[in-house]
Write a new protein. Sequence first.
Length: 208
Amino acid sequence: MLGVFATVTEAVVLIAPEVSKAAASNLEDALHLKTVRTLIAGSTVVGSLSCGNSSGFVVSRYAHRGELERLREFGSAQAIPDLMTATGNIILANDTAAIVHPLLTDRAIDVIAETLSVDVRRATIAGLGTVGMAGVATNKGVLVHPKVSDNEIAILEDTFGLPVDIGTVNFGSPLIGAGLLANSAGYIAGTDTTGPELGRIEDALEYL
């Protein structure tokens, strides 16, 4: 569940302090970026509790002051003012747009829009409000849960202005965001991801 434990932007990947040097090096090589070690709200599930892009990071409302200060070395950083705090699970963003859980408050959406410098829209993927788990968006493409509806695809295409494709990871898991780390430069998928799944990832996110 790579996406649970890391958050990727074009420039950095957030990982927990205890991630091995070898794993951190693999991330840097594959994604062409810098690793930043931090906890979020004192937890190692960094990917679930943070969402970021080239402008900044939106994190759990329970994030510690020192964690926010650490993130502000790499852009804006704000805690989400909402009862739903797993920002990595409920926000899907790239550098220009974001979709969010339909039940997020207007205040939370304003914070997301300002911090990430993106247009924000409420939406679902395959009927799921946990859009950050159900998809991955880079600046080149969007890959989502295979049960996404035609109407949801239309909303995604209109919001991101990018092609949207469907796929799976880890031998059939539809929760793309939980099993795939990706930016414009590269990606890392779970070890159980099959050849056809890798092919779909590379095609949808334009690595070919």
